[in-house]
Design a binder for this molecule. Structure first.
Ligand code: M6R
Length: 601
């Protein structure tokens, strides 16, 4: 949802800023721009489309040591060169990630004061607000601080002022922003991968803080403009971890990392004993009702979590999309736990849902990938997945790691609540140990999934069906396919199809049918026969060898304990989506209209 970066130091800034910006391109890629100080003048260059288009216009040897840049995911105004950032009003030039919610009333009053706007963006309005306050206060810090009281909404801002051309300013509210320090100078960025080529030392800026940054100094002010001492954190990952390493796409690389991600995540909480799970999850003991709240794929892991927790631990679980949850009436009990799931830890709606639950006095727990992200920091309890940097917009390894966490939670709560007996627990532990290898083997069957993809990629619509947990996984399979291949795809509960949707099934319509829940396989097979009878091209995904042939393609998965099975089931669906998108020549890592981190409502 827009990426921002800035640098001030002793090196030429354009090469550093652009390589950092490229690492943020997953956040938005419909236009990009840069502002830098050269010969005491602020120069702005922007272009529509990806950063590659902007690069063609730049002189990488330009004699400049200070600059800010932006890659955009349009919110206010079309993706155009005029709306691209940076925006400039009087002495101020800014880049922005977030939404200034009261921008239209601010714009109206600024127009009355004589300001003229070139773009349709809220960012240009924010810049004018700062410039207008500066007229009165004549001090940059005082003006920025006063602006925090005028803005409503979310922002991470990188700011240059023509009256102080050796200094970079930055401020944030809700949208993520880090300040990083390296031997050659200092950075601001929306996310850590942007600076990893140069440094792994960074500071997390908190809401309403303002950073004043020169080549040698970083000063952070709180909302009362007192200087605050901030912890300098060290990021554990490497730059290589955020690179493609020979894979054609980040998505493929990330799918292939899933055995390791699974091991890293599980081993962090589980040493082979139930005692280790108790040590990590005992805080859950007092809750007898759970709400899981998330968006997109993270919501889908919540649906899987619900199936597992209800089945094994007999705890009722309500799963909701965060953008709905944040505005609805919630019926909390004293023993309700709200679980927020988010890869980025910055998704605006999920963060708002967290804040809503907290303000109602409800205990919150977050399952998050990005360490130190807003959701991780604000939740009462955090369970980190160990997925590492995920760059592809379509999540794969983070989704699988979230599934692993829900499996672990269900094992712990299931055993505690006597839904899992000791002998069954031993079988689960044995399967847990086997899983990394099984994940690798399942990925290694990619040729089979790719062959199937080659047969179906030209279709205009592709259906997914399943019951129970298989339906939850179908939802994710369908999302993966449509978000990267742009093929219309819907997931249905297998038994529901005949209540309307079956009218869409024609000769050769691909139907991907999941049946891994042994208790429901026969029922699902009956539903598959219904679509087969109407000409569907059935791709059957199961962990049980079928006794008759009611399908066109078969993906047979290893059979493991059902509390873990979903971790394998999702893999062929990810690879199928990948190959369908590849055959259709889609931009796999950066699908149109999307961005990885959705930091606006
Ligand atoms: O960072 P989050 O997990 O909170 O993101 C939630 C969704 O935006 C995300 O899962 C989205 O649906 C992905 N594009 C799915 O691949």
């Amino acid at each position: 949802m827009c990426g921002i970066i800035g640098y001030v130091g002793r090196d030429l800034c354009i090469p550093k800023i652009i390589s950092g910006l490229e690492a943020l391109e997953y956040r938005g890629y419909d236009s990009a721009g840069i502002a830098y100080v050269e010969n005491k003048k602020i120069k702005i260059i922007k272009e529509k489309g990806k950063i590659a288009n902007l690069k063609k216009l730049l002189d990488f040897n330009a004699n400049t040591n200070l600059g800010i840049a932006h890659t955009r995911w349009a919110t206010h105004g079309a993706a155009s060169k005029t709306n691209a950032h940076p925006h400039s009003v009087n002495s101020f030039t800014i880049v922005h990630n977030g939404i200034i919610e009261n921008y239209s009333e601010l714009k109206e009053s600024l127009i009355k004061k004589g300001y003229i706007f070139k773009s349709e963006t809220d960012t240009e309005v924010a810049c004018a607000v700062i410039a207008d306050l500066y007229k009165e206060k004549k001090d940059i810090l005082l003006s920025l601080n006063a602006a925090t009281k005028v803005f409503r909404g979310s922002y991470a801002l990188g700011i240059i002022c023509a009256d102080d051309k050796n200094t970079l300013y930055a401020m944030r509210n809700t949208s993520p922003l880090i300040v990083a320090t390296s031997p050659s100078g200092n950075f601001i960025a929306s996310d850590v991968p942007a600076i990893l080529k140069y440094t792994n030392k960074y500071i997390l800026l908190d809401d309403l803080e303002i950073a004043k940054i020169t080549a040698d100094n970083i000063t952070i002010y709180n909302k009362d403009l007192n200087i605050v001492k901030k912890e300098i954190k060290t990021f554990e990952g490497t730059f290589e971890a955020a690179a493609k390493n020979g894979y054609e796409h980040f998505m493929l690389k990330e799918i292939n990392e899933q055995d390791k991600v699974f091991s890293d995540t599980v081993n962090y909480y589980f040493d082979g004993s139930i005692a280790s799970l108790k040590k990590n999850f005992a805080f859950l003991d007092k809750f007898s009702k759970i709400d899981i709240v998330a968006c997109g794929s993270a919501y889908h892991t919540g649906l899987v979590g619900k199936c597992l927790i209800e089945k094994y631990a007999s705890i009722p679980v309500n799963v909701e999309v965060a953008s709905e949850y944040r505005y609805k009436k919630c019926f909390y009990d004293n023993d309700t736990l709200v679980i927020l799931v988010s890869q980025s830890g910055e998704t605006a709606d999920t963060l708002a849902a967290l804040r809503k639950a907290k303000s109602d006095g409800i205990t919150t727990m977050a399952i998050v990938n990005v360490v130190g992200s807003s959701i991780a920091r604000e939740a009462d309890h955090v369970i980190y997945i160990k997925a590492g940097c995920e760059i592809a917009v379509a999540t794969t390894k983070a989704y699988l790691a979230q599934l692993a966490i829900f499996s672990l939670l269900s094992i712990y709560l299931g055993y505690k609540n006597k839904g899992i007996k000791k002998s069954e627990l031993e079988k689960i532990f044995t399967d847990l140990k086997k899983l990394p290898k099984l994940i690798k083997n399942t990925i290694n069957y990619s040729e089979l999934y790719f062959d199937i993809a080659d047969k179906i990629y030209k279709n205009k619509q592709i259906f997914f069906i399943g019951r129970g947990i298989d339906y939850a996984l179908s939802m994710e399979g369908s999302l993966k396919l449509k978000e990267i291949s742009y093929i219309n795809s819907v997931a249905y509960q297998a038994g529901e199809l005949k209540h309307g949707t079956i009218s869409l099934i024609e000769k050769n319509t691909p139907v991907i049918a999941l049946a891994t829940d042994t208790e429901l396989i026969e029922k699902t097979i009956s539903n598959i026969k219904e679509v087969k009878a109407r000409g569907a091209y059935v791709i059957y995904v199961s962990n049980e060898e079928p006794r008759e042939k009611f399908y066109d393609e078969l993906i047979l998965l290893p059979c493991i304990h059902p509390i873990l099975e979903s971790i394998l089931t999702i893999i062929p669906l990810q690879l199928l989506a990948y190959k369908v998108a590849k055959n259709n020549k889609c931009d796999i890592d950066q699908p149109r209209n999307l961005a990885k981190s959705v930091t606006v409502e």
